[in-house]
Write a protein that binds this ligand. Structure first.
Ligand code: COA
Ligand code: HC5
Length: 619
């Protein structure tokens, strides 16, 4: 098993958890611990997130709308935007408010973002917010690992990145509220926790992972303790209390009050919340043929399969849950509010690397205390909440359609040989695939990291651009020459690349527009018309919600769609293949995850063929 340092200082093998983050040869990686002066100096030295100029955002907003709204709608929106940004108008006032906030906070956005995107968002965290992660199928005899001490600072080019998110992942938990949730992080308390929680057959245990002398348990000791847990928690008709965490957040907020009125329950919940992470030892999942194995593993990681399978074998509010199936299926689920994917993936990469090494020193076994079972007193009212939660979870599980596709024909290598950004190439394939299925373009979200800035989280790359629309419309048009198509592809890729550069340098439009609206809300001003305009709602209705999450381990990350009639697409580009997880909802008759995956497969191949058949014109 893995050892975990209670100070949550994580040693990541290399300073490169994701493709974007490149340790620059010129820059010597420095290791920092959160308590060190070096960490503070590093963090303080990071630039603050800028507030983009108002006029720039207004212009870019209009350009971003071109491929996704009708001409007359755009005309109307242009009038609203002109009114918004005119001299002496409300836009200027909000901009001043935002600039003032930027002067007075470490990051004008991050707190608002966590509130709006996560803590105020009331749909269940399951499927709608928390991502899943599937690892390569494993051999259980060598589960070991160690996470300790220090973190090397990561770089993008020569620019160092904010490391704060790494310190938010362990010993933290989301807590439901009646209207808004919160996150507690127990590493910030004086005595950081030294236990993990283990859940088996819906029964929770506290497992102390440190000996009295401060050393972590050895792999053998872990095995002994896990065996003790497994043998003391047979399958029973025990109530799956964890299923409560799958609920709509308002319902869970109410049920949480009821649950924690009982002292024993309150203590058990608190032990889970304080634990370093949760380890879910899952029961069986439905047996499936090899072709669908990966898609089913993704479902297991995303929601557990429903109440009759493993959805109750979780505490979905827990920031990090490692999940181990009976058949070698391994992975994780994480609650998104405290951190983005890259720190989670870096931690997982490290754990996987560690599990592949045999344990160095066999150590003598010391007698260990029995892991402590967490008890819950289930009153009739709590029982009713559990039944409601099971019912809603089963509907959600039935609704989620997931296809994992390993695109095996090529990976980053092919776009690179054509001197193209692999990420932009994949995004254009997604645009082409979508256009071929629906004969239109849709608002498309791609996550862009803002970690170049202190406490930075994400902004949006709007992958559907005028250039991408022209490209996808031309692609299957027989009257177009291949050289022209290549030219349009190059232009679309360049447009995507420049949007990416703009987004990661804090000059994209979405978080800025959100910030201006938040100033209006906080200052009790009426919300400007650009926000109540139907065009704004259309611009935020992302039928394609996408994210590149690269990793060293050959794994697949997945998440649900963000709109009822859309897709969630997570991809991990490796050198010679690309892992995709595509999700949609079965209740929407217009979407189908397997069909989109198939269309992406074809689009990638067709784009490669085009480039091979038509050497790039000298532009
Ligand atoms: N010619 C040849 N090679 C090129 C190239 C070109 N024109 N453009 C890029 N490449 C290379 C890069 O050098 C890089 O090489 P590597 O494989 O050795 O690292 C590789 O291709 C990948 O680059 P690219 O595909 O352009 O993507 P990126 O790494 O710049 O990433 C984003 C783009 C948007 C994904 C990234 O900036 C980002 O923000 N990632 C974070 C996303 C995130 O946080 N997701 C999770 C949210 S929870
Ligand atoms: C294990 C990694 C999962 C990636 C999750 C991710 O990309 O989340 C996005 C976060 C953001 O702020 O862009 C949100 N998204 C899933 C809706 C794309």
């Amino acid at each position: 098993m893995w050892g975990i340092c209670s100070r949550t200082m994580v040693k990541i093998g290399m300073a490169k958890p994701c493709g974007l983050i490149k340790p620059c040869n010129l820059v010597k990686p420095v290791s920092v611990t959160r308590v060190s002066g070096r960490y503070l100096t590093h963090q303080k030295g990071l630039p603050s997130l800028p507030v983009p100029p108002l006029q720039q955002t207004c212009e870019r907003y209009i350009s971003a709308l071109e491929p996704i709204v009708e001409v007359d709608e755009l005309k109307h929106t242009k009038e609203l935007v002109d009114e918004f940004q005119k001299a002496g108008g409300v836009g200027e006032r909000l901009q001043r408010g935002l600039e003032k906030r930027a002067r007075n906070t470490e990051n004008w956005l991050s707190e608002w973002w966590v509130q709006v995107a996560y803590l105020d968002y009331r749909l269940p965290v399951v499927v709608h917010s928390s991502p899943g992660l599937v690892l390569p199928r494993m051999n259980f005899s060598d589960k070991q690992g160690q996470i300790s001490e220090t973190l090397p600072v990561e770089y993008m080019g020569a620019k160092s990145l904010c490391m704060n998110q790494y310190y938010e992942v362990l010993s933290s938990c989301r807590v439901p509220g009646l209207k808004r949730d919160s996150v507690v992080n127990h590493t910030k308390r004086s005595t950081p926790p030294k236990h993990i929680t283990v859940v088996h057959n819906f029964q929770f245990y506290v497992l102390e992972v440190y000996n009295n002398d401060g050393t972590p348990l050895t792999a053998d000791e872990f095995c002994v303790q896990l065996e003790r847990i497994c043998s003391s928690s047979p399958q029973t008709d025990m109530e799956p209390v964890g299923i409560l965490t799958t609920q709509h957040r308002d319902s869970w907020g109410k049920a949480y009050v009821t649950l924690t009125q009982d002292k024993t329950n309150k203590e058990s919940v608190s032990a889970i919340q304080r634990s370093i992470f949760t380890l879910c030892l899952d029961g069986a999942m439905p047996h499936v043929p090899e072709e669908t194995y990966r898609s089913c593993a993704a479902v297991q990681m995303l929601h557990g399969g429903g109440s009759q399978w493993n959805s109750g074998n979780r505490w979905f509010d827990k920031t990090l849950q490692f999940i181990i199936g009976e058949d070698g299926t391994c992975g994780a689920n994480y609650e998104h509010a405290p951190a983005e994917g890259p720190p989670i993936v870096a931690l997982i990469d490290h754990v996987v690397e560690y599990t592949r090494k045999p344990e160095m020193t066999p150590s003598p076994m010391v007698p260990l205390a029995m892991p402590q079972k967490l008890h819950f007193n289930i009153t009739p009212e709590i029982k009713k909440d559990i039944e409601k939660a099971k019912h809603a979870m089963n509907i959600l599980a039935q609704d989620l359609d997931m296809t994992v596709m390993v695109f095996g024909h090529f990976g980053k290598n092919v776009p690179k040989t054509h001197k193209m950004s692999p990420d932009a190439f994949i995004q254009m394939a997604l645009q082409l695939a979508y256009y071929r299925m629906y004969q239109c373009c849709c608002a498309t979200y791609e996550s862009a990291s803002l970690r170049m800035f202190r406490l930075g989280r994400t902004d949006t790359i709007r992958s559907a651009s005028s250039a991408s629309a022209t490209f996808v419309k031309a692609f299957d048009n027989p009257s177009k020459q291949n050289t022209e198509k290549v030219d349009l592809l190059v232009k679309a890729i360049n447009a995507h690349r420049s949007y990416t550069t703009m987004a990661i340098s804090g000059q994209a439009i979405d978080r800025h527009l959100l910030g201006l609206k938040m100033v209006a809300v906080e200052e009790n001003l009426s919300i400007p018309d650009i926000y109540t305009d139907t065009t704004y709602a259309k611009a935020l209705h992302y039928k394609l919600s996408t994210s590149q999450v690269p990793s060293k381990t050959d794994c697949v990350m997945c998440f649900g769609p963000v709109v009822p009639d859309g897709y969630g697409v997570c991809y991990n580009p490796m050198n010679d293949h690309i892992n995709f997880a595509v999700s949609s909802f079965n209740t929407c008759k217009d979407t189908n995850a397997a069909h989109l995956a198939q269309a992406v497969d074809r689009a990638l191949l067709d784009m490669k063929t085009l480039l091979e058949q038509s050497p790039r014109a000298k532009l």
